[in-house]
Design a binder for this molecule. Structure first.
Ligand SMILES: [Fe+2]
Length: 234
């Protein structure tokens, strides 16, 4: 069983599917690969894809209605992905719906060339406000060293990696992040799905990690750590 805490399933909200049928195909793929809990996390900065909370609520209601009849044991929750490119991200000050779970966690992505100083200052600001930053796709930030990632984790950030990265990257980079997984530095693996086939990659990544790191570690990364962090995310 998997917990998909980072995906772009809602249609017409961001760069996920463009139509209801695309959204339903995605949720079917998610369900049949073994996902039973989903937090939908559209990009929530209005500058990206013209995000609107009203639109999010409408499409989320459509998705939950569909799942109630088709997949009654699938739990769906509402979240967002915050693009943090300034020191105090606009959507937080504008009271946009950026928070997940108990209102104390935020899925956060940065510009790929963000440095440790910028990221650590933002993490510290959020932690001081009682908010836990869940850092999306840590593999994208090439200026962050392993020691930087450990330092962010010590500050209180949750470190996540995208499943697709494992299937697409070269041997040496994959080996590097596998070491971070085996050393307990990576907390969770995300689908970051934007299309139905991303869930095939997600379950391939689980199988790969079962082989390389053992089933217990793979289960922690794909379900248990998210369940512990988010609890009941409603
Ligand atoms: Fe994402």
């Amino acid at each position: 069983m998997f917990f998909d805490f980072h995906c772009h399933i809602l249609y017409g909200v961001d760069d996920g599917p463009a139509s209801p049928s695309g959204m339903f195909e995605m949720v079917k793929s998610a369900y049949f690969c073994g996902i039973r809990k989903i937090i939908v996390t559209p990009h929530c900065n209005p500058q990206l894809f013209g995000f609107s909370p009203e639109r999010l609520n409408e499409v989320y209601a459509e998705l939950t209605e569909y799942c109630k009849s088709k997949f009654p044991d699938l739990e769906i929750y509402k979240g967002a992905e915050l693009f943090a490119y300034t020191r105090f991200p606009g959507p937080i000050s504008e009271n946009l719906p950026v928070f997940i779970a108990d209102g104390k966690k935020v899925l956060t992505e940065f510009l790929p060339d963000s440095d440790f100083r910028f990221v650590s200052e933002l993490v510290t600001t959020l932690i001081s406000a009682g908010i836990t930053p869940v850092i999306a796709h840590i593999e994208r930030y090439r200026l962050l060293s392993k020691n930087n990632v450990i330092a962010l984790k010590k500050l209180g950030a949750v470190i996540t990696l995208n499943a697709s990265f494992f299937c697409k990257t070269g041997f040496f980079r994959r080996a590097k992040f596998l070491r971070l997984i085996n050393e307990g530095i990576i907390d969770m693996v995300a689908s970051d799905a934007h299309r139905p086939e991303d869930y095939g990659i997600y379950s391939d990544c689980y199988d790969f990690l079962v082989k390389k790191s053992g089933r217990q570690k793979a289960d922690q990364l794909f379900y248990m750590n998210a369940a512990r962090l988010f609890g009941d995310p409603s």
